[in-house]
Design a protein around this ligand. Structure first.
Ligand SMILES: Cc1cc2nc3c(=O)[nH]c(=O)nc-3n(C[C@H](O)[C@H](O)[C@H](O)COP(=O)(O)OP(=O)(O)OC[C@H]3O[C@@H](n4cnc5c(N)ncnc54)[C@H](O)[C@@H]3O)c2cc1C
Length: 193
């Protein structure tokens, strides 16, 4: 459970042996396609973001929706990494293995040639794909930041634990279901011991 010992303040990009992004084939292209033609959709998924969003209450009524700001692509690294992930897809799809099947890129991605154009394309079309974490994120015992302690108890509140993906101090350079199982197993151990 090394992951649980890190504070989000120490977040660094994935190391040289960890993936920063992945190539993901999807039936959902995320953009409106022409009515005619056949298309294959390949997404660039950036899985090691360093940007920090925020969730803030807006009133004292717990039934009022909070203000959520994902703050995507707000660090230099994130912008660089997503841009390079998009460029990797642009190199991947014209490969000889796709010859006579993939004829040409379509839309704004196809015409984005320079780094600035690819970055603008990525920024304009980026969206989250179902793996948010860290809303009441974990931090060390005694830390002024964060919401839960490493024993998953809410700071300043008695007898209340949070056990789900929201504990993770940062996106774990992976899809989140496995890390959620780790949190759940850790919680079970803490509760029965
Ligand atoms: C479409 C989609 C595809 C995904 N694909 C993958 C994947 O391929 N691989 C991967 O690793 N991760 C994937 N994920 C992410 C993964 O599913 C989540 O990170 C993980 O399920 C989060 O676990 P959780 O316990 O935090 O929340 P959840 O799994 O959302 O569990 C929350 C539970 O709380 C319940 N609940 C909500 N409100 C209340 C209430 N008021 N009272 C009582 N119960 C309540 C809900 O019904 C739900 O059962 C995907 C997510 C989505 C949405």
């Amino acid at each position: 459970m090394k992951l649980l010992l890190y504070s989000w303040r120490w977040r660094k990009a994935a190391g040289p042996k960890a993936a920063h992004w992945e190539i993901f084939s999807s039936v959902n292209p995320g953009v409106a396609l022409p009515a005619q033609g056949s298309f294959v959709s390949v997404l660039s998924v950036f899985i090691s973001p360093t940007s920090r969003g925020s969730v803030q209450i807006t009133t004292s009524d717990p039934f009022n929706a909070p203000t959520i700001n994902p703050n995507f692509l707000s660090t230099t690294f994130d912008t660089f990494a997503l841009r390079e992930a998009v460029k990797a897809v642009k190199r991947f799809m014209p490969a000889s293995a796709w010859a006579n099947r993939v004829i040409a890129p379509w839309g704004a991605l196809g015409t984005a040639a320079t780094d600035a154009q690819v970055e603008a394309y990525a920024r304009a079309s980026a969206e989250a794909i179902f793996h948010p974490v860290g809303t009441p994120s974990m931090s060390p015992f005694g830390a002024a930041c964060g919401v839960v302690d490493p024993d998953l108890k809410v700071k300043g509140v008695s007898n209340l634990r949070i056990v789900d993906a929201s504990d993770l101090p940062f996106a774990p350079d992976a899809h989140t279901q496995g890390p959620v199982y780790l949190v759940a197993e850790r919680a079970a151990t803490l509760i029965v011991s």
